[in-house]
Design a protein. Structure first.
Length: 317
């Protein structure tokens, strides 16, 4: 059961992150990218700090581990959310998803070198197949709007995602997953505080449903999903776990079908199937070469002693 917990935690994360795309569609018409990011982080930080108040008190990380956590939070929780929200103002969701999914490839490459996780064949093959699935979904859902500004913003978000994950993975060797999550969320909140006037102005005019969408994004795709992600990341390699992100586009297609009545095309379903196959390939166990048995020590070569009789050596004939 212990081995299944990281996989279950990763599944919870991907489910809530996929639902965030549905919430963005509902909220995006009433909230700007910066207000949406700040509102989400504000709700998430309040929820996480409330949990901290009821946990047994633990010493906060210091020095290098603290710096890694704060840097990861500022880049991934904060700036990543702003860039992704802004990118979807210029490009369609399919194109944005395709560009963001460059992130797991960057993570696998840098983790293989910097974190010395290597490049297992199953991981590399799975990433290629899953990326092909995301590309297929992007083609199926694309509206044909490809603005250079949106592409650059989405690419910047993908880079921030990759760097944030690698910094967090490094920090998790000294910091427990929940502490890394709530400190990271607070760091992202601080980065986004300059957007507070925009959030206050938009809350006053936004419908209740849109504001509840912000609350949902802060509670579940942020507070819960990032906590389960950190737990899974502590028990899994960064490259392998990040490949699970390819489940998000497939889950989003299914959720849009179920919740919004948006019937996916056959091409989108094919892309979702490729994503599932690709992620499954990354989970294949790595074959290790069988150890070469050590040579068995034999008798030392040398002259063979003559058998001795009762009174000494047997005389020669």
């Amino acid at each position: 059961m212990t081995r299944l917990l990281p996989a279950l935690a990763a599944g919870v994360t991907m489910l809530f992150w996929a639902s965030a795309f549905i919430a963005i569609r509902a909220v995006g018409e009433d909230y700007s990218p910066v207000a949406m990011a700040l509102g989400r982080l504000l709700v998430g930080a309040v929820a996480l700090v409330a949990v901290v108040a009821f946990r047994p008190r633990r010493a906060l990380p210091r020095g290098r581990p603290l710096a890694l956590v704060l840097a990861s939070g500022a880049l991934w929780f904060g700036l990543y959310a702003v860039l992704l929200n802004a990118a979807e103002r210029y490009v369609d969701a399919g194109t944005a998803a395709l560009i963001i999914c460059v992130g797991p490839i960057l993570i696998a490459v840098f983790a293989g070198v910097w974190l010395r996780e290597g490049f297992p064949r199953g991981l590399v093959t799975g990433l290629v197949v899953a990326f092909g699935g995301v590309a297929t979904i992007a083609v199926a859902t694309s509206t044909g709007r490809h603005d250079a500004v949106g592409v650059l913003l989405a690419l910047g978000a993908a880079v921030l995602y990759a760097v944030g994950v690698l910094l967090q993975k490094k920090a998790l060797s000294d910091v427990d997953p929940f502490t890394a999550t709530w400190l990271g969320c607070v760091a992202g909140l601080v980065v986004c505080l300059p957007f507070a006037p925009a959030l206050v102005a938009e809350v006053a005019h936004a419908p209740v449903g849109a504001t509840l969408g912000i609350v949902y994004k802060g509670m579940f795709p942020t507070a819960v999903a990032f906590a389960t992600w950190a737990y899974a990341l502590q028990h899994t390699s960064a490259g392998r776990l990040s490949s699970s992100s390819y489940l998000v586009p497939a889950l989003t297609v299914l959720m849009s079908w179920t919740l919004l009545g948006e019937v996916p095309t056959a091409l989108a379903l094919l892309g979702g199937a490729l994503c599932l196959v690709g992620v499954a390939l990354t989970r294949l166990p790595t074959r290790r070469p069988a150890p070469v048995p050590a040579p068995v020590a034999g008798p030392v070569a040398g002259p063979v002693a003559e058998p001795a009789g009762a009174d000494g050596p047997v005389p020669g004939r």
